[in-house]
Design a binder for this molecule. Structure first.
Ligand SMILES: *[C@@H]1O[C@H](CO)[C@@H](O)[C@H](O)[C@H]1NC(C)=O
Length: 178
C-alpha cells in the first residue's frame, strides 16, 4: 500500500514534468510578414504599429506593406502640413511667419512631389529611386526644425513624429534594395 502510494506520487510528478517539458519545448509561432519586415527596422515598435493599424496589412505581401508605410507617412506629413498652415494664418510676427512659411514649403514639396514619386517608384519596382525619394522626405522635418531655435521649439515634437515615420519607411524600403 505504502509502496503503491509512493509509486503513484512518483508517477504524478513524472507526468507533471512531461507536461511542463512539452510546453517549454513548444516552438514559438512562425513570425508573420510584419514581424519579418520590422525585425531589423531601427523603429521596430513604430514599424509594427504603423503596419498593423492598416487593415490592408492582413492580406498584403512585402511590397504591399511598404506601400502601406508610405501611405501612413503621407498621412502624417499631410496632417502636420495642414497644422502648420493653420498656425500660419494666426501669425502676425514677420520672422515667425517666415519660419512657418519655410516649413510649409518643405512639407508641401514632400506632399506634391517626393511622396507621390516614392509611391510611383515602388509600384515600378524602382527601389533605389524610392529610397532616394524617402531620404528627401526624411530631411523635410529636419529642415523645418532648423528654422527655429532649439530650445522650446514649437515644431520639434511634431517634426520628430514625421521624421521617425519617414525614416522608418526608408528602413522598410532599404530591405528591397540589393
Ligand atoms: C491633405 O489634407 C487635405 C486636408 O485634409 C486634403 O484635402 C488632401 O487631399 C490631403 N492630401 C494628401 C496627399 O493626402
Amino acid at each position: 500500500m505504502n509502496t503503491f502510494m509512493n509509486l503513484f506520487a512518483i508517477f504524478v510528478v513524472f507526468i507533471q514534468i512531461q507536461i511542463s517539458l512539452s510546453q517549454s519545448v513548444q516552438s514559438p509561432p512562425e513570425p508573420n510578414l510584419i514581424q519579418q519586415l520590422c525585425k531589423r527596422n531601427r523603429y521596430q515598435t513604430l514599424c509594427i504599429s504603423t503596419l498593423n493599424d492598416d487593415p490592408r496589412s492582413k492580406t498584403s505581401n512585402l511590397k504591399g506593406l511598404a506601400s502601406i508605410s508610405i501611405d501612413a507617412t503621407t498621412k502624417k506629413v499631410n496632417g502636420t502640413l495642414q497644422y502648420y498652415v493653420g498656425v500660419l494664418r494666426t501669425i502676425t510676427d514677420r520672422a515667425l511667419f517666415e519660419m512657418y512659411g519655410t516649413c510649409i514649403e518643405e512639407y508641401g514639396a514632400a506632399i506634391d512631389r517626393f511622396l507621390p514619386a516614392a509611391v510611383a517608384n515602388l509600384k515600378a519596382k524602382k527601389y533605389s529611386e524610392t529610397m532616394s525619394n524617402m531620404k528627401v522626405v526624411v530631411a523635410k522635418p529636419v529642415n523645418c526644425d532648423a528654422q527655429f531655435p532649439t530650445t522650446d521649439s514649437p515644431v520639434a515634437a511634431r517634426n520628430k513624429v514625421v521624421h521617425d515615420i519617414a525614416d522608418m519607411t526608408g528602413d522598410i524600403i532599404k530591405t528591397f534594395v540589393n
